[in-house]
Design a protein around this ligand. Structure first.
Ligand SMILES: C[S@@+](CC[C@H](N)C(=O)[O-])C[C@H]1O[C@@H](n2cnc3c(N)ncnc32)[C@H](O)[C@@H]1O
Length: 268
């Protein structure tokens, strides 16, 4: 099993204890104007998903985003994740919600061929930073797009690389955690243009500096003494805490990018 699959399988096994249905595996963002904290709700409120759209959710977690788009916008489509456990759970929910004819979930990498018709919307929430070769991943996703496909990408972006940000990237297996300008350049190289770039850095929910420093110290200590079986979990939480610290130090941005292929004119 790949390291990234192990991270998300482990996280799922731990988090599912307190959950009964699909849930977002991304940061809570205080979208004050839109009165929500889940990016799937924000997509709905911004009307980025016209009714009946076909949607590819790249790194779909437990299926939360697709379930919401299917419920409120009759979206159809596919969710893919490298985590077998997430996909197993998403498929079990699919049956409960009676959505088996409109939504599918596949346990596969976003670098593998995506066997489906072209999608109207391709969503990637906090997943693409795990790509080991961002250009290759984008090329693969572009094959699943048509000329008018809208890409919605939400993620963390580095402002100032530091020893802490490098450590965070290692803990989370996130080699494609780029700055916004580099990300934009890589997108443009593959023929994708940014239509809208939203900064939500100051809306990311973070703990106080004092609490964070104590927790980071504690988890760094735990990391040294825990057995192999819980090490991945401890390291994943340490990665989450380091990321919050980077936000606090103003070394990280949170953005949602809306993009499309550059062979169309979005402004007309
Ligand atoms: C932070 S979670 C976000 C989940 C979901 N997008 C959400 O917002 O709830 C990152 C997701 O990316 C998936 N992922 C990471 N690397 C992947 C890869 N190479 N191929 C497919 N999925 C991947 C993980 O399994 C996980 O579902």
């Amino acid at each position: 099993m790949s390291k990234i699959a192990e991270i998300y399988d482990t996280l799922f096994t731990f988090e599912i204890f307190s959950k009964k249905e699909a849930y977002p595996i991304h940061k809570r963002i205080e979208f004050v104007e839109d009165n929500c904290t889940d990016i799937a709700d924000w997509i709905l409120k911004k009307e980025l998903c016209p009714a009946g759209s076909s949607v590819l959710d790249v790194g779909c977690g437990t299926g939360n985003t697709l379930f919401k788009l299917a419920k409120f916008k009759q979206a159809v489509g596919l969710g893919i994740s490298i985590s077998e456990k997430e996909i197993e759970f998403a498929n079990s929910q699919l049956k409960k919600l009676n959505l088996t004819s409109s939504i599918k979930f596949h346990n596969q990498s976003f670098d593998e061929p995506i066997n489906h018709e072209k999608f109207d919307i391709i969503i990637a929430i906090e997943s693409l930073k795990h790509s080991t070769n961002y250009s290759k991943t984008l090329k693969n996703l572009l094959k699943a797009s048509h000329q008018d496909t809208v890409f919605i990408i939400a993620d963390d972006f580095i402002i100032h690389p530091s020893a802490e940000s490098k450590q965070q990237m290692v803990l989370w297996n996130a080699p494609s955690l780029f700055s916004v300008p580099i990300f934009k350049e890589l997108m443009e190289q593959e023929g994708l243009n940014i239509i809208n770039l939203y900064f939500f850095t100051d809306k990311v929910n973070i703990k106080s500096k004092f609490v964070l420093i104590i927790l980071i110290f504690l988890f760094k200590f735990l990391r040294k003494i825990v057995t192999k079986s819980v090490k991945t979990l401890v390291e994943t939480y340490l990665g989450a805490l380091l990321l919050e610290r980077l936000y606090q130090k103003k070394q990280m941005d949170y953005c949602i990018i809306v993009a499309g292929r550059n062979d169309i004119d979005f402004y007309n």
